[in-house]
Ligand binder design. Structure first.
Ligand SMILES: [Zn+2]
Ligand SMILES: [Zn+2]
Length: 326
């Protein structure tokens, strides 16, 4: 007879058992165990680079993001108190999502993240094939997200990347073209884990061009909608895919330094971002005001994909789930 004794559920978070997992909430006083059989088998994370909350979900009538307002939010769980609580620069912000750790990462693309990425954990499984994980970003410097400098993880289990205008990891591309790459990769390879970055909002913000900054927000609204349609129109992805739409950072508040032009500090407008989550396991038309943060996307993605990610520090985002967790 086999006797299995679980001595302690550590704060590390989860013990995956196939599609089921035992999860723990990362507060010492409150430890929940749960089992959940996810319908989602794929996770796509869309990062819209650097809009302020004030011009997206916080704007009057959400006037710049009509597709979110009218089509995506009714199908999503939306988090209106969602934050980047680490460095609010682009590479560090993205690395928080992909590693589940806040950390300093040099911002020009010369330094890979300190901690192993969720792509590496995913590709480590011998069952994976070459095309199962992709990093597709308009900013070339974000190809650092596939790798890490953590001992034993350097240059191992690397996801495929298309970063920058030529896909080679330098320069700034064009979001419209990046979305054609996304479409092509999805149709041809059906990766199970994808991270996408769109840059227009951030670039126009840094240029100090208010009108083009707002236009950038309107463009990404359309691109987010197009991505959701790509998922719905694909028999492999439809009803089997979780889509997280978030930001790496906001921008300075009006009256603080140069306002919408820059970001990178700890002001409330650099930190306040958003999370829109769509998928077969998630509630629809629900707004959650409980605070969650960037590194929680990592833990949630790991659980959906049935992985234990001990180096990640985020929490599983329980309010997403349709079924009550006991
Ligand atoms: Zn950014
Ligand atoms: Zn700021």
């Amino acid at each position: 007879m086999k006797i299995v004794v679980i001595v302690a559920l550590s704060l590390a978070g989860a013990i995956p058992i196939g599609g089921l997992f035992l999860g723990t909430k990362s507060t010492k006083s409150e430890v929940f165990a749960l089992s959940y059989n996810f319908k989602a088998e794929n996770v796509i994370i869309l990062v819209i680079d650097g809009p302020r909350y004030k011009e997206t979900f916080g704007a009057e009538n959400m006037q710049y993001i009509p597709n979110f307002r009218d089509s995506l939010l009714p199908n999503a769980t939306f988090f209106d108190h969602f934050y980047n609580n680490g460095s609010t620069f682009t590479n560090a912000g993205h690395a928080s999502i992909t590693t589940g750790r806040y950390q300093k990462v040099e911002n020009s693309g010369l330094e890979v993240p300190k901690y192993p990425s969720i792509f590496q954990y995913f590709m480590r499984d011998k069952k994976r094939n070459y095309n199962d994980a992709w990093v597709i970003t308009s900013k070339g410097k974000l190809d650092i997200l596939a790798n890490s400098r953590y001992k034993g993880w350097e240059n191992t289990n690397i996801a495929r990347t298309w970063c920058g205008p030529s896909g080679e990891g330098f320069g700034y591309g064009n979001d419209t073209y990046t979305m054609t790459v996304v479409d092509s990769v999805m149709q041809n390879f059906h990766p199970r884990l994808i991270l996408i970055n769109l840059l227009e909002v951030d670039v126009q913000g840094h240029a100090g061009n208010w009108e083009k900054y707002l236009k950038g927000i309107q463009s990404t609204d359309k691109q987010a909608m197009a991505l959701w349609k790509m998922i719905q129109n694909d028999t492999i992805y439809k009803d089997k895919t979780a889509l997280f739409i978030t930001n790496d950072h906001g921008r300075h508040c009006d009256g603080h330094k140069d306002g919408f032009v820059s970001h990178g500090g700890g002001c409330s407008c650099c930190r306040h971002i958003s999370l829109t989550a769509l998928g077969p396991d998630f509630r629809k038309g629900r707004i959650v005001s409980e605070e969650y943060e960037l590194i929680d996307i990592t833990e949630t993605t790991a659980q959906i994909l049935g992985m234990d990610m001990p180096t990640s520090k985020g929490r599983f985002i329980y309010p997403l789930l349709k079924e009550e967790v006991k």
